[in-house]
Design a protein around this ligand. Structure first.
Ligand code: KG4
Ligand code: ZN
Length: 332
């Protein structure tokens, strides 16, 4: 039988990415990270769409070249339809439509959050259904119950900021640059997590909230001298990060008990956090969970996860019409 070879495009935020997948095997995953946002301390949507426009063809060419696939061999094109920034999504969507039209092959729309979850099916070991996925990124904080490759349900979500945002905003307040998550992570490694207590939010059910802890940090900084902050940077980062991790694991444990599921996975950019990985491994031992974290390159935004999602949608015969437009808000 003929191979199913797909090209996938990701352009929802500040990463322009293309990937080639053949019969479920990732052959290439090229990511161009936009650096123009660093000096602005956050993603500037207008600049993001321009950078996507500049990068997209080069990234696609590199992905095809690395995979040693000619575009005539492609069976379909997968792309991120949302959620994300409209101007960014428009670049990937328009490009994918034009290329599918030119090659006379079908289009497959992919939900970016569903793709973060499906990143677990790129490499071994793969979680067994049903499993829970804590999806933690710069834009989202969700607990997803995954019943099948394409059957997912959000059972818990943030009511305000995403946890990645809580990392990034703290880093900004502490003058650590953007994106702040990796910097806070690095400093936290040498700090005392119990040095400064920050409030752990306990919203009802499986709801998250991160605006309280962020405000608590702001007040804490305002009360101290700049010298004190500089001298205690590692302890502040460790304490703040500890609070975020505790909040995440508190809800994850609650979700596991509530749904009777011990297959537990984490996805999204924040799953790169070393403190979260350690705390999760500890909790897994205590609670007898099987835990799954994708390879680092498939945790942060990338087209490999869009490719694996498109692969399952291709097998299910879920194609998208050429009149499709992006959906900045797009529920799983
Ligand atoms: O999934 P992702 O690449 O993009 C979105 O879809 O948002 O996640 C980016 C987020 C940023 O908030 C970044 O600060 C955070 O992931 N992040 C981290 C770490 N690496 C990336 N947060 C904490 N610790 C890290 N090591
Ligand atoms: Zn993402």
């Amino acid at each position: 039988t003929e191979k199913v070879t797909l090209l996938a495009i990701e352009s929802s935020c500040d990463e322009t990415s293309a990937s080639v997948i053949s019969d479920g095997q990732i052959l290439s995953n090229i990511v161009a990270t936009q650096v123009v946002h660093e000096k602005h301390g956050g993603v500037v949507p207008e600049l993001a769409s321009r950078a996507h426009q500049q990068n997209i063809i080069l990234v696609v060419q590199e992905a095809l070249q690395k995979a040693q696939i000619d575009k005539s061999e492609l069976s379909a094109i997968g792309f991120t339809r949302g959620p994300g920034l409209l101007g960014s999504l428009l670049v990937g969507t328009s490009f994918s439509k034009a290329m599918a039209l030119a090659l006379d092959i079908p289009l497959i729309e992919v939900n970016h959050m569903q793709a973060h979850v499906l990143a677990h099916f790129i490499d071994e070991p793969k979680p067994a259904f049903p499993f829970l996925c804590l999806t933690v990124s710069g834009g989202h904080t969700q607990i997803v119950k995954v019943k099948s490759h394409l059957g997912m349900e959000v059972i818990g979500e943030t009511t305000d900021d995403a946890v990645g945002e809580a990392f990034d905003k703290a880093a900004k307040m502490l003058g650590l640059g953007y994106p702040g998550g990796p910097m806070v992570d690095k400093l936290a490694k040498t700090g005392n997590p119990l040095a400064f207590p920050f409030p752990i939010s306990d919203m009802p059910d499986l709801k998250f909230s991160f605006s309280g802890v962020k405000t608590a940090l702001l007040y804490f900084i305002q009360k101290q001298t700049p010298e004190f902050i500089q001298e205690n940077l590692a302890d502040i980062c460790a304490s703040y990060q500890y609070t975020l991790i505790r909040t995440l694991l508190l809800k994850l444990k609650k979700a596991s008990k509530l749904h009777g599921i011990k297959e537990i996975s984490v996805a999204g950019g924040v799953s790169a956090n070393s403190g979260l990985r350690l705390a999760l491994a500890e909790m897994a031992k205590k609670e007898r969970w099987n835990i799954y974290i994708p390879d680092f390159q498939y945790c942060t935004d990338n087209a490999g996860m869009i490719a694996i999602a498109a692969h399952y949608k291709f097998l299910a015969g879920e194609f998208t019409s050429q009149s499709v437009s992006p959906m900045p808000r797009f529920a799983i």
